[in-house]
Write a protein that binds this ligand. Structure first.
Ligand code: COI
Length: 319
């Protein structure tokens, strides 16, 4: 926790219900909030106790492994404000479980599920005034786990930091209600037995070139194909892709070009219709709009998250 006097000042200053934000203009850019959560531990030990501290820059040695070998993973989840002002999370324990898997792959200790969920709740509560009004967006919660200790060789760090910060967000693809996607034919994203299955920080920067080029050509995003065959659909730059059929299987790109409807999902994008896909110069268009399956799924998912539809699965967790 911040020191008692520091905390009292912040609480007094921050006692208003909402922070001074233009909630109608929210996109997906970072807005600094009041507090972040920080917890450290040494290699070979377990995380024990973390603290809320005022949001700000962190100090790292230039030889910290996160900066040199990319020893780090992250998570993303959202807190929602309901009409009755209750704040809820959506399946936060699943983020904790995924972080644990990623930590094992990247040779790092990880917080327990309880520590993770408790830290998320503390961070959200401390930043409550930044949770947008119902219907205006959500508070994006970004847990990071990183090697913060020094190593100049290719070895795991002697110290680790688990940090959570938040930012109010609106739609990821602001204004893009249906996406125009291009299939990426040169770059691949994840390789068999690689780290594509975990949320390693190093999975993201290598896609910037493809996405930036696609955006200069007017596309909303890029669809990656699998590295082994270059024929099967994998994922967009930050979300999963679905063809409207209730079947979980490998999808050859030809099936995608024959589909009636396509959509993508992720914490950041929620559920977003894909309006078109361009592959080898051929563009196909898909069903979008209120009658589409993706819009029905969007309404159901956000209805459960916002408490408008009964949560029969026990997915929502009150903060
Ligand atoms: C998600 O929404 O699941 C993501 O990973 C997106 C994030 C990288 C912005």
């Amino acid at each position: 926790m911040a020191s008692t006097s520091e905390q009292t000042t912040c609480e007094t200053m921050n006692s208003e219900k909402y922070a001074d934000v233009n909630w109608d203009e929210l996109g997906f850019s970072p807005i600094p909030t009041d507090y972040m959560f920080v917890m450290k531990c040494s290699e070979g030990e377990n995380f024990l106790q973390g603290n809320l501290t005022p949001f700000g820059n962190i100090e790292l040695s230039p030889s910290a492994t996160i900066l040199n070998t990319g020893q780090g993973i992250f998570e993303g989840l959202k807190a929602y404000r309901r009409e009755d002002d209750r704040i809820t999370l959506f399946r936060p324990e699943q983020n904790a479980i995924r972080m644990k898997m990623g930590a094992e792959r990247m040779c790092m200790p990880s917080p327990s599920t309880e520590q993770f969920v408790d830290a998320v709740k503390q961070t959200v509560l401390a930043n409550k005034r930044w949770v947008p009004p119902p219907g205006k967006g959500s508070l994006y919660v970004r847990p990071l786990l990183m090697g913060s200790g020094s190593a100049i060789g290719v070895v795991p760090a002697p110290e680790y930091t688990f940090l959570i910060y938040t930012s109010p967000v609106g739609n990821y693809y602001k204004g893009d209600t249906s996406l125009n996607v291009i299939v990426e034919e040169k770059f691949r994203r994840a390789i068999p037995s690689g780290a594509g299955g975990v949320k390693a920080i190093t999975n993201y920067a290598p896609i910037f070139q493809a996405v930036t080029q696609a955006k200069t050509k007017g596309f909303s995003d890029v669809l990656f194909l699998d590295a082994k065959t270059g024929r099967n659909v994998e994922e967009l730059s930050l979300c999963n892709i679905f063809i409207v059929k209730v079947e979980e299987r490998v999808i050859p790109v030809e099936d995608l070009m024959d589909a009636d409807e396509v959509f993508c999902t992720g914490t950041a994008v929620v559920v977003n219709s894909v309006g078109s896909i361009t592959y080898q110069g051929k563009r196909v268009e898909y069903k979008t709009g209120v009658e589409s399956v993706s819009q029905k799924l969007y309404a159901t998912l956000t209805g459960i998250q916002m408490g408008r539809i009964e949560d029969k699965m026990g997915w929502t967790v009150e903060v």
